[in-house]
Design a protein. Structure first.
Length: 590
């Protein structure tokens, strides 16, 4: 084996790992977070968890990603540890599909059909189709499919390059002697662990092992322990991910480790004990890529069948290993900020799913904002200490939402997002600031109500009637905005600006009428100051609603400028705008 063969081998490994990464990223984008959502919701039984874990891992091509997601779910309280056990077992089975795909490189035969099945035959066509889709397709989904095809082709090219570069090893007596020395199963397991930890992918290490099998030098005596070690080494990503997590999340990582370690121990004890008395003849035969794929799948399925019925023991073993945190009662977050548990850092590795989580959390923030304002406005009619305290609590919770969501979205923005997901992140980032400001104005109104209650101040009957009309209009604009935002309803969003114009008119009328009452001595200066503060806060609430609605419309139309949109509406007075403006003017008038 020359230095050029070695360089080709290194290059082949690089292409192989890059192709696997690109294909996995493409698959995750196409899945669009749906696979992770399925994991979150459909794990009622351990067996169902196994099936889901296997399917999801086969789709996203990464058992490590699936297991890390489980750790995130358990850490955030979305999923119970018991539910995660089945998924972890299924992930180990799902990841074996890669070995079967890579085994295509080992197809032998002269027939045209067999030759066409070899990756070296169809990979160029797949690569060409993939690059055309990435370069010329208009939709994100087609571009992502192109990435999958191109990644698969690069992976297979890397596999072929590794195979070609490693072929001279079969003629090297030194390599053959080295392989013969690896007759100790424990040493083989250690090599498998180290190899997988280095490349951070059990699928990749299986691929490298299959390349060595193509040289015809290694046998099953050598291969089997290495595969066992690669299964254990594949747990390293999950173990690293669990650092800093809660006790239950760490237990999920240890269950993944114990599943593979216990399976390996059981296999080694039974298999090699039988081999002592009745040697298995196939162990000395040359290993094939198909044989590696068969053993890899069979081992994980057999381990699942043995350990699934006693999954409770795995959980107890993990509990013995990881004690409860002293300051962690492992209770789910309670109160208004419960949804914030969904913003787990581990989900950032699956951007599409993380975006879906952010949408759910921001929807909850919008809902709380509407509730906060509603309670504040209620205080202007009937004061209630509990309701006033609720406004304060809601405003504080909404502040927390903005802080946590904003930080999380900034981190998410640095990930490889599709155009659609990037637009969603922009919409959320711009909207949550406005929702937070609405809650601030709600708190201001509540504080004015508290002040009026303490001083036993009340507005005149006419002033109160006008304020009721005004607040009713503000309630509707907030309700319309929140509904439009949560349902991503652009038609509803377009109703906001006409109503905002009506509210501006109500604001001017209310001020003018208040001045007249002051001049006639029907209202005091102190009440006038308080009313002015209320009017200012209500008008700014409607302004922030307008901002949210315009942001939604602007994100939907990349070419739209927010100021131009509002200006055009006011200048052009389109029939649609005029119709809605007239309707709201008649509905809210005094």
């Amino acid at each position: 084996m020359t230095i050029f063969n070695f360089l080709s081998l290194i290059g082949g490994i690089a292409l192989f790992l890059y192709g696997m990464s690109a294909m996995g990223d493409g698959l995750s984008k196409v899945a669009g977070g749906k696979m992770e959502s399925i994991l979150e919701h459909l794990t009622s039984t351990p067996f169902k968890g196994v099936l889901l874990g296997a399917v999801v891992t086969a789709v996203i091509q990464s058992s490590a990603a699936t297991t890390v997601m489980v750790i995130g779910f358990v850490n955030s309280g979305i999923m119970k540890l018991t539910q995660g056990i089945g998924i972890i077992m299924g992930a180990n089975i799902g990841t074996t599909i890669t070995a079967w795909i890579l085994a295509l490189s080992g197809i032998q035969g002269e027939s045209i059909i067999l030759q066409l099945l070899k990756p070296s035959s169809f990979s160029p066509v797949v690569a060409f189709i993939g690059i055309l889709m990435m370069m010329f397709a208009k939709s994100d989904r087609k571009k992502d499919v192109g990435q999958i095809l191109l990644g698969f082709s690069v992976l297979m090219y890397g596999m072929t390059a590794m195979s070609d570069a490693a072929s001279p090893l079969s003629e090297m007596p030194e390599f053959s002697q080295f392989i013969l020395k690896l007759n100790n199963p424990i040493l083989g397991i250690i090599i498998g662990i180290v190899l997988t930890v280095v490349v951070q992918s059990s699928s990749a290490s299986i691929g490298i092992l299959e390349v060595l099998a193509m040289t015809g030098v290694i046998n099953y005596w050598t291969v089997i322990p290495v595969i066992l070690g690669e299964n254990i080494g594949g747990c390293s990503t999950a173990m690293i991910s669990s650092i800093g997590a809660k006790a239950k999340a760490k237990r999920a990582a240890f269950i993944h480790l114990y599943f593979n370690v216990i399976g390996t121990v059981i296999f080694v004890l039974i298999f090699y004990t039988i081999n002592l008395f009745h040697p298995f003849a196939f162990l000395n035969t040359t290993a094939s890529t198909w044989g590696i794929a068969i053993f890899h799948t069979s081992f994980n399925v057999a381990t699942m069948l043995i350990l699934l019925p006693v999954n409770g023991l795995l959980e107890k073993l993990a509990e013995l290993t990881i004690k409860d945190d002293e300051d962690d009662t492992d209770k789910e977050m309670e109160g208004y900020t419960a949804e914030l548990r969904m913003l787990d850092e581990r989900f950032l590795e699956q951007p599409a799913f993380a975006v879906a989580q952010c949408i759910t959390v921001s929807d909850r923030m919008a809902e709380l904002t509407e509730k906060c304002l509603k309670n504040a406005l209620d205080l202007l009619n009937v004061f209630d200490k509990k309701k006033a305290a609720k406004v304060t609590a809601l405003e504080s919770a909404i502040d927390t939402y903005e802080d946590r969501l904003g930080t999380y979205l900034v981190k998410l923005g640095g990930k490889n997002l599709t155009v659609s997901d990037s637009e969603k992140v922009t919409r959320i980032l711009q909207s949550i600031t406005n929702f937070e400001r609405i809650s601030d104005h709600a708190l201001n109104i509540a504080e004015i109500a508290v002040q009026m209650n303490k001083k036993e101040l009340t507005f005149s009957s006419k002033g109160k009637d006008e304020l009721d009309v005004y607040t009713a209009a503000v309630r509707e604009i907030v309700s319309t905005t929140v509904t439009a935002y949560r349902e991503n309803d652009l038609s509803a969003a377009k109703k906001v600006e006409p109503l905002e114009e009506v509210i501006d008119g109500l604001n001017d009328k209310a001020r003018k009428r208040h001045v007249k009452r002051l001049q006639k001595g029907k209202c005091t200066i102190e009440l006038g100051v308080l009313l002015e503060d209320i009017l200012i806060n209500l008008e700014r609430v409607s302004d922030h609603c307008s901002n949210v609605a315009v942001t939604m419309i602007q994100v939907d139309d990349d070419m739209l400028d927010a100021h131009s949109y509002i200006g055009n509406l006011r200048e052009e007075n389109t029939p649609e705008f005029e119709s809605m403006y007239k309707m709201y003017s008649e509905k809210y008038n005094f």
